[in-house]
Design a protein around this ligand. Structure first.
Ligand code: ADP
Ligand code: MG
Ligand code: MG
Length: 942
């Protein structure tokens, strides 16, 4: 016969059956496992037993308890009776129990618990005699009837709350504490009548019936609407089921020497090392959380009940040590005696998560590696997001510019001008370069373009799982939903809350972190990393982990000789300095286009483009050279000692030219008005621009194609790079320039262009009589380049995956069109699991990358490989880069800290197992082949 029921003492049997502690948690639920563990450790836990999640899953299939469960439950009750010396249903010395839900992952408030099971008309009299405390006995009984009706038979809480409020009003009572024994007794009759009236039958007097029905109700609560919705949001599988914990009741409502409370072993919002909690004297169960009376801070317990307090502090200290994590505990004191009712790892803010992890590692409670694993990349992200200046926000609230509050659906601070539809928001953002906030009653898939273009999103309807919320979180846009006080008038283009009105175009500030909306602009600040000492420490540990050489190095020549590094994409020296301060150890992408756009340079660039001869072009370019040299000089200086990858010109030339339509308009106007001054120039310019027209510029003459068509530009760029590098070297700066050729599709392109550029490099070094390290390499962003990587690596000394273009070209999507038109639908329909522009598509794009690295290193074992697309800052994509053997990832400076943590976590997660298995897997092919397979998807909780 299968064992469906385990006594709290039977932890060894549970462990044996489940195989591991993780297994025990699945079998007995988190709450159950905690109770078993505390029992084993000698912590005072009231005797009890747990019905397994397996029984729940059987019950869900058949609608009945599985064979043997009920008998085992009865047998367990006998054991509990023996342990407590009490008897279930016996008025002379009654045992009462609670029946508590508890799944593997805590789902606060999502499922049901019934307290005081075992009371009936006879037992309540017995309990009165036994305790000489009629008030307590009748109070407990009315609680049972109420909870039983609500949780077992789904009665509305109004059924009981209403008559109780009425009764108190009649008596002129304000607080529950004013109720006397007689009052509670009276109320029991009222509750019983209400029970019968609503259900058509009496409250069950058979205590075993109570136990059976409560057990069933807990099982059923697993499939309750709230529970299902919560699991969906948290990605918890529906198949886990809940356990049922039957626990001997202990009473915090037996008088002034009794009480109940909840506490965190450390402050869960700041992480400070101070116990934080609350308790209530003469109260039961949920009273503290329900806020019926004002609870006392836990420190006061020291004075009120010194003995219980001392024991409590000692036990919670032990629990924290045992679980090596901050605990969230429930306790009850019955006539001075302390009982622990629950312990679990506490939920915490990002700030607390970092502080706690670092503190615990410093104290030796956990290792540094564990500390690094305790904090999520999202935690780091939220610590670095721009936030509203708290003081400014407080004073705004005082000054009456507070507008409304809604659900804080996606964190971050956004300031912008209000627009009431997606098209307008996008237009103002794109054409007028405004910061916009899109405001709608709710959003639909065809609003997404407006959301993406905006700084923030605000809706008056919907909750945390509404379309607006989901999309905003996905794109990292600060968002508030369901701010129901706001009335939006789409006709008049205004929104109002009471007297205050916001018109279209007005500025507002939206705080996605707190859900508050303000009228006007509130200053934001980028939190500085220097002040976050714990975070700095944690990131330093992360770097140490990433830098550890792994076994691949010794075994598989050509594999990275170190862990994954984090570089940054930076175009300007100030970005480079920020990147370094955030811990980047290289520049993975410096785009040079913007260097042509600066106002004093653009006319020269246009002259250059319009020249008909190579000589004319060279003359214009010679004027640009000093500018470019200066740009690079600043970068090299900022990155002293670290590699800097500079990408040669990439976009098509027409991007540097005036807008064709505007120019046409001007020409026509001049013709109509008969103005001849400068008309000819304009006409020529127009003709030139027309000549450059491409029907699909994204796939037209850009990147290396442009360089081959017009090599003078990149020749100038390379000269500027090497002259700057030489100058810096002479000033004592260590430079490591790497020249990157974009958009290679065939090695023949490199064969054509690279030697010309390398000749310039050597010439400059000779002229200046200096030597320094340098590399020439290419971006891999066209599938053909990835496929033919073995050939490409014959010329390229490094690869950098431009995963934005590589994704576009592998899928054949244009990113803008995809995100605007069909990506959300594709995700809703399950055609795409994630946005491939955010997270690398391992099955397609990722495979190409893997292949390119393998093939490339066959030709050139020392090939340096990185990634410079936006994916370089995405933790899941970083894991992939680690698995396929990248040397570094490069991302925006602001994401560098996130990437540092993610890189270390990938290294820890996939740290090489024993050498023996490594050798075996290598025999089947390439060493790392085995690993990518294991990790096809981010680990999801099952
Ligand atoms: P939740 O998972 O919602 O916290 P619990 O099962 O922990 O629900 O119980 C709800 C409340 O009842 C908690 O405050 C808990 O401490 C209290 N409680 C549960 N079982 C007992 C018991 N046997 N004796 C006294 N209080 C109990
Ligand atoms: Mg609880
Ligand atoms: Mg590109």
């Amino acid at each position: 016969m299968k064992k469906w029921v385990y006594l709290f003492g039977e932890v060894a049997a549970a462990e044996k059956y489940a195989g591991s502690w993780e297994g025990v948690r699945s079998l007995l639920g988190g709450k159950g496992a905690g109770l078993f563990d505390m029992t084993r450790a000698g912590v005072p836990v009231p005797p009890g037993f747990t019905v397994t999640t397996e029984a729940c899953n059987e019950f869900r299939k058949t609608g009945k308890f599985p064979a043997g469960q009920w008998d085992q439950q009865l047998a367990a009750m006998k054991k509990v009776e023996k342990a407590t010396g009490k008897k279930f249903g016996d008025p002379k010395n009654p045992l009462l129990v609670s029946c508590r839900s508890g799944a593997k992952f805590s789902m606060p408030g999502m499922m049901n618990t019934v307290l005081n099971i075992g009371l009936n008309d006879a037992v309540v009299e017995g309990l009165t005699k036994l305790t000489s405390n009629p008030r307590f006995a009748w109070d407990s009984y009315r609680r049972l009837i109420e909870m039983f009706g609500e949780t077992v038979f789904n009665l509305d809480d109004e059924v009981f709350e209403h008559p109780m409020a009425q009764y108190k009003e009649q008596k002129g009572y304000k607080l529950d504490t004013e109720m006397t024994a007689e009052d509670w007794k009276e109320l029991v009759s009222i509750f019983k009548a209400a029970f019968k009236k609503n259900l058509g039958f009496d409250f069950p007097q058979d205590v075993y019936k109570q136990l059976e029905q409560a057990t069933k109700a807990v099982f059923e609560s697993w499939m309750g609407k709230r529970a299902i919705a919560y699991r969906k949001k948290e990605e918890i599988s529906d198949d886990l089921g809940t356990a049922v914990n039957i626990v001997t009741m202990v009473f915090g409502n037996m008088g002034d020497d009794s009480g109940t409370g909840v506490a965190f072993t450390r402050n869960p919002s700041t992480g400070d090392m101070e116990m934080m909690g609350e308790y209530l004297i003469n109260a039961q169960g949920e009273d503290v959380v329900a806020g019926i009376r004002n609870a006392e801070p836990i420190v006061n317990l020291q004075k009120e009940m010194p003995k219980a307090y001392k024991e409590f502090m000692q036990i919670t200290g032990r629990l924290e040590k045992h679980y090596k994590d901050v605990q969230d505990v429930e306790f009850t004191i019955e006539r001075g005696k302390l009982w622990m009712l629950q312990t679990r790892n506490a939920k915490r803010t990002a700030k607390a998560a970092v502080k706690i992890a670092v503190d615990m590692a410093n104290k030796g409670l956990i290792t540094r590696e564990q500390a690094v694993q305790r904090v999520t990349p999202d935690n780091v992200d939220s610590l670095l997001h721009p936030q509203f200046d708290i003081e400014a926000m407080n004073s705004a609230e005082k000054n009456g510019t507070f507008f409304a509050k809604g659900v804080n659906a996606s964190p971050g601070a956004a300031v912008g001008q209000v627009y009431f539809d997606a098209d307008k928001a996008e237009q103002m953002a794109k054409e007028e370069k405004q910061d916009t906030i899109m405001v709608r009653p709710f959003t639909k898939p065809d609003d997404v373009h407006g959301m993406i273009a905006s700084q923030g999103v605000l809706t008056s309807e919907g909750g945390a799982t509404s379309h607006a919320a989901v999309v905003a979180r996905q794109f990292g846009i600060p968002c508030i939903v369901g701010a129901s006080a706001i009335k939006i008038d789409l006709e008049r283009r205004v929104m109002t809350v009471g007297e205050s009105t916001v018109k279209e175009g007005d500025w507002i500030s939206v705080d996605g972190t707190t859900g508050k909306v303000f009228i006007g602009k509130i200053p934001t600040m980028a939190p500085s990393l220097e002040e976050q000492t714990e975070l700095l420490t944690l990131l330093k540990w992360a770097d140490d982990i990433s830098a550890k050489k792994d076994v691949r190095e010794a075994r598989a020549p050509g594999y990275p000789t170190r862990g994954l590094q984090v570089w940054a994409n930076a175009d300007y020296p100030k970005d480079a300095r920020r990147a370094r301060s955030y811990g980047a150890v290289g520049i993975g992408l410096c785009r040079t286009e913007h260097m042509f756009f600066e106002p004093e340079r653009l006319p020269i660039v246009q002259d250059m483009i319009l020249s008909e001869t190579s000589q004319g072009r060279t003359e214009a370019l010679n004027k640009l050279l000093p500018y470019q040299r200066k740009d690079f000089d600043g970068l090299f200086e900022a990155m002293d000692g670290y590699p800097v990858i500079i990408r040669l010109i990439d976009p098509p030339l027409h991007e540097f030219m005036p807008d064709e339509e505007k120019l046409l308009e001007e020409v026509i106007t001049m013709r109509v008005k008969n103005e001849s001054d400068g008309l000819k120039d304009k006409e020529e310019l127009l003709a030139a621009i027309k000549g450059m027209h491409e029907s699909n510029p994204m796939m037209g003459m850009r990147g290396v194609r442009l360089s081959i068509y017009m090599p003078e530009i990149v020749e100038m760029q390379v000269r500027a790079i090497f002259e700057a590098a030489a100058d810096c070297t002479l000033r004592g700066i260590v430079v490591k320039p790497e020249v990157m050729i974009p958009l290679t599709g065939t090695v023949k392109e490199l064969e054509w262009i690279q030697p010309r550029l390398e000749r310039i490099a050597s010439a400059v070094m000779k002229e200046k009589n200096v030597k320094f390290e340098y590399k020439f390499g290419t971006m891999i962003e066209i599938p053909r380049a990835a496929v033919t990587a073995a050939e490409v690596a014959g010329h390229a000394q490094f690869f950098s995956f431009g995963t934005n273009d590589l994704t576009q070209m592998t899928y054949g999507y244009s990113r803008d069109d995809a995100e605007r038109n069909f990506l959300i639908t594709y995700q809703e329909q399950g055609i795409l699991e994630t946005n491939p522009f955010q997270t690398i598509d391992r099955g397609g794009v990722g495979k190409l990358m893997d292949w390119a690295i393998t093939e490339g290193r066959k030709t050139r074992p020392s090939l340096e490989v990185g990634i410079c697309g936006e994916h370089g800052g995405d933790p899941n994509s970083i894991e992939w880069c680690h698995l396929i053997g990248n040397n570094y990832v490069s991302c925006s400076p602001f994401r560098v800290p996130i990437a540092r943590l993610a890189a270390a976590q990938a290294a820890l997660k996939h740290r090489p197992q024993k050498q023996a298995s490594f050798v075996k897997s290598k025999a089947n092919g390439r060493a790392s082949k085995a690993t990518p397979k294991i990790a096809k998807k981010p680990a999801k909780r099952k």
